[in-house]
Design a protein around this ligand. Structure first.
Ligand code: ZN
Ligand code: ZN
Length: 413
């Protein structure tokens, strides 16, 4: 489910409509460009129908919005599920347990210092909502079995507030102006809470290269914009723009697309995986390690763009096993770089799941997952060229194949 958010331009105040995952705001009126950054989760509000004098009496009920791919490993194998839900985070009778499709059907705003009223505190943890979603899914069939590893990858966690107004006898939903419950029935619940907290405010970062001052490039949802002038790549993090090591596998004239991968090196001592050769032996892959692979650090290649769980694992597996055929060069701007929209922190969460997906002999790996820790981690970004083969995008060196209809193509390539 995609939601649209109305965001005021920090320069001229004009309303700009963004998608939930967008991090670049380009104002169509004054032309100013900014990256959005927040030190806590993004907070949204459903539009109320009140006039200005009534707004300060509003009380906001928090809903936890979660989008995530859940991976669940038992001795039986790897199961997965896409979670997309908006559930009540303040337990009180009368409030709808979920916002359902409402956020999609209306213009959502962002909380700002101008949002008057009181905010009810969360009384439910996001983790509990995730666990509930898991229990409702077919994954619960596996729960009798020993859970060896569980990972949530590609999470979007945000808060969405439903405005409420206490009338004389009833509590009202201020979006639809309908009564929810008699105030008598919720007498023991406090409808108090703090006002807007400045920490919740979204920050706007200039889109200039911190190294040379040139305009950074990247599409709306891109988390790693690049500089064409000094050939650097910058990750948008909670602490602002941070420089990344990046690489590119040169393509040729047949290359209409470059897809980004997180290249995460590290060792897993408890599984005796230090080098690429160790990994091949441990995963029991049908390959003979070349002598130099004993010296080569283990690297996990995780897609840096969002994919459905099954394709995500297939792609990571193929790239991790086949990356030894690549000859990477220092990163540089190349036409058609697909935007990075899966953060590095999420890719790190995927390592054990990708390791499990690579195993030809699960018993060599699965039982050791609960205690496996990855050490000496270093992450960089690498862009790989893909060729157009009819219905598929094909990566010639690693053999990664991605069906065209899977990548979101509102983009021009
Ligand atoms: Zn503007
Ligand atoms: Zn630069």
């Amino acid at each position: 489910m995609d939601i649209k958010v109305e965001q005021g331009c920090p320069q001229c105040g004009a309303p700009v409509i963004l998608s939930e995952d967008d991090r670049l705001l380009t104002c169509p009126y004054c032309g100013v460009k900014n990256f959005l950054q927040s030190s806590s989760v993004f907070r949204y509000v459903l539009p109320d129908k009140l006039d200005e004098t009534e707004k300060r009496h509003l009380v906001y009920a928090p809903y936890i919005r979660l989008k995530s791919n859940l991976f669940h490993i038992t001795e039986k194998g790897i199961a997965y599920k896409v979670i997309d839900t908006t559930q009540l985070g303040f337990i009180m009778p009368g409030l709808p347990p979920s916002l359902g499709m409402r956020p999609q059907a209306m213009k959502i705003g962002r909380l700002t210092p101008k949002t008057e009223g009181r905010f009810l505190r969360l009384s439910v943890k996001a983790k509990v909502i995730l666990e509930k979603a898991v229990q409702l899914s077919r994954l619960s069939n596996d729960l009798g079995r020993e859970l060896l590893h569980q990972a949530y990858i590609g999470d979007t966690l945000s808060l969405m507030y439903l405005p409420l107004l206490a009338g004389e006898t009833h509590l009202f939903d201020a979006v639809t102006d309908t009564p929810l419950i008699s105030l008598n029935k919720i007498r023991e619940y406090s409808l108090q809470g703090p006002g807007f907290n400045p920490r919740w405010q979204v920050q706007f970062l200039p889109t200039l290269c911190p190294r040379c001052g040139w305009d950074l490039e990247g599409e709306k949802d891109c988390l790693v914009p690049t500089c064409r002038n000094c050939e650097t790549a910058w990750e948008i993090t909670d602490q602002g723009l941070q420089r990344l090591d990046w690489f590119v596998q040169p393509g040729d004239r047949e290359t209409p697309l470059h897809l980004p991968f997180w290249r995460i090196s590290g060792e897993i001592p408890s599984l005796e995986i230090h080098s690429f050769a160790d990994f091949i032996r441990r995963a029991n892959l049908p390959m003979i390690p070349r002598p130099k692979w004993h010296e080569q650090e283990m690297q996990f290649w995780i897609p840096a763009f969002k994919l459905r769980p099954k394709i995500f694992l297939q792609t990571a597996r193929q790239a991790t096993i086949g990356h030894h055929r690549l000859h990477l060069e220092q990163g540089r701007n190349t036409p058609n770089l697909f935007p990075v929209n899966l953060p590095k922190t999420e890719a790190r969460q995927a390592i054990k799941v990708v390791l499990a997906a690579c195993a030809t002999s699960p018993r060599n790996i699965f039982p050791y997952l609960p205690n496996a820790r990855i050490k000496n981690v270093h992450a960089s970004l690498a862009y790989l060229p893909f060729r157009d083969k009819g219905h598929d995008w094909v990566q010639p060196q690693t053999g990664v194949v991605i069906a065209k209809n899977i990548l979101r193509f509102g983009r021009t390539l």
